[in-house]
Design a protein around this ligand. Structure first.
Ligand code: ADP
Length: 318
């Protein structure tokens, strides 16, 4: 298939992409294809080492994909491996690491980027004030970077990525290491941006982050796609609606005969025994035999989907 991006409704098209680092025998990214339409929040979800950051870096051109026939990446119609500059001008990039300049204060960090985008004078001051207000950092305008908390630094990096009014915002693990309150604030801001028409591409290893803000999740493991779609639809389609997690094999043995007789699906991999069923009452009935601290009965989610497909958890070490 030949890509005709200018007629495309997709902002990003990736086709059969591979990336091998050095002489490594394993591919960090291995034959990945996907499209990101305009105006959606597209999340790459997977455990550490799945290849998400590598894929992201190939999209904005700081990492080159392996040269292969029939392999392509197009972003706004440009190949990031050949000409990344127009992509950078149309995008805002929030890298995983906090790369603010500690010699400069909050406002000066933004001013440097304004110069890069040729935003000058009053226009720059206005844009900086707007974005500091949007990210709830106005009172920090003249503070040094070392005086900011981790959450404030992250919000400042997002503000910096928005200076050029990008059509595409790319975020690599936007809330890793942040406390729940800041994570929710960042999710609210991303939802706001999406409502205003921005396309968002992010990586995360947090199932709840993908569930909360993504229209489409692209689930990766060991450099490959394992599932893709609307998060709720994926769960509804592939997983029983409820799961009882039992924290010890001894507790599970109390009810295991009932479970096998009543044909629930049991997953014993990982840190707990998980009993899956579409019938909440059936699981509730099993739970009556257990102590209150022995189990958790809940709706199933993307973590359960990942476990079913790969046999390991999203936060398991690779
Ligand atoms: P993720 O973002 O999902 O955690 P990465 O893209 O960072 O995954 O890593 C995918 C694989 O590529 C891992 O095995 C990682 O160790 C390897 N890798 C990533 N960056 C480099 C690098 N610069 N050099 C060598 N190997 C790398």
């Amino acid at each position: 298939m030949k890509m005709s991006i200018h007629e495309s409704k997709n902002i990003i098209e990736a086709k059969n992409v591979f990336k091998t680092y050095g002489d490594s025998a394993t591919n960090a990214v291995s034959g990945v294809s996907f499209s990101v339409p305009y105006g959606v929040c597209f999340g790459m979800l997977g455990p550490n080492g799945a290849g998400k950051s590598t894929m992201m870096k190939m999209i904005y051109g700081v990492c080159l994909r392996d040269k292969k026939e029939n392999s392509a990446i197009k972003v706004f119609g440009h190949d990031p491996g050949v000409n990344a500059l127009p992509i950078r001008f149309l995008s805002g990039i929030v890298p995983q690491e906090d790369n603010l300049d500690e010699e400069l204060n909050v406002e000066q960090n933004l001013k440097v980027f304004c110069k890069f985008y040729n935003i000058r004078g009053e226009q720059a001051d206005k844009r900086i004030a707007e974005l500091l207000s949007f990210m709830e950092l106005s009172e920090k305008q003249h503070h040094g970077i070392k005086q900011l908390s981790g959450g404030m630094k992250r919000r400042l990096i997002i503000a910096r990525a928005l200076l050029n009014n990008p059509r595409l915002l790319i975020l690599d693990e936007p809330t890793t290491g942040l406390d729940p309150q800041v994570r929710h604030l960042i999710w609210d801001k991303l939802r706001h941006l999406k409502r205003d028409g921005m396309t968002i591409l992010l990586t995360t290893h947090y199932m709840d982050e993908a569930f909360q803000i993504c229209d489409t999740v692209f689930i990766m493991d060991k450099g490959k796609r394992v599932a893709e779609g609307d998060p709720q639809e994926l769960v509804d389609k592939h997983i029983e609606s409820y799961v009882m997690e039992i924290y010890s094999k001894e507790s599970f043995s109390i009810i295991s005969k009932d479970v096998s007789e009543k044909c629930c699906r049991v997953d014993e991999s990982g840190d707990a025994v998980r009993i899956y069923s579409g019938d909440y009452e059936k699981l509730r009935e099993f739970s009556k035999h257990l102590g209150i601290k022995d189990f958790n009965l809940r709706q199933s989610n993307l973590e359960d989907l990942f476990l079913k497909i790969t046999g390991s958890g999203l936060n398991a070490q690779q």
